[in-house]
Design a protein around this ligand. Sequence first.
Ligand code: SF4
Length: 217
Amino acid sequence: MPSTTTEQRRNARVILNRLKKRYPEISTALQYTEPWQLLVATVMSAQTTDANVNKVTPVLFERWPTPEDLAAANPEDVEQVIFSTGFYKQKTKSIIALAADLVDRYDGVVPADLDELVKLRGVGRKTASVVLAEAFGIPAIAVDTHVKRVAFRLGLTQNTDPTKIEFDLRALYPEKDWEAVSMRFIQFGRDTCHAKKPECGGCLLRDRCIYPDKTGG
Ligand code: SF4
């Protein structure tokens, strides 16, 4: 774990407290009833919105209600169901392979362990962290493109590699805040600190931000 100073941790806490005030309640928008469904939905959320995924998952999980069912599904049938989420051929391959791994390795039961989750095909640390935190309540920081950008601009990391960023954030925040950090950084990155043209004018973190290309006065 990287070492941090008291001042760095204090700054990190101020940032999170402001974001908690702005986003008091926050959780994944992906709909699911069982951990394996969240795992599949998270894989499907690549390159699309959670709302788009939610439109197809009820049909997907009604037709193939268990990992065993999905592992044995005809890919063309799955493609038809998830077509509207984009990259449907690749996503179909991914979720069928994932379901097959889940059955082969873990008897269809999602392991509540990051090192085990990332052994499943198509599951990286980000997806594994989302599932751990959301479905099992286990502290984890999911580093997606928004977390990466926001953490970097706020000077909470000097790294660009997601795993290193995850460890930098772990070192700055207590475990109880890990999920809160990633969920709020994601929301803040989506609605304010955009990749292009961030809304710096009225930004609540402007005084904490080291990004040199701020917009607005
Ligand atoms: S000031 Fe701009 S770049 Fe910095 S955190 Fe706010 S929106 Fe992002």
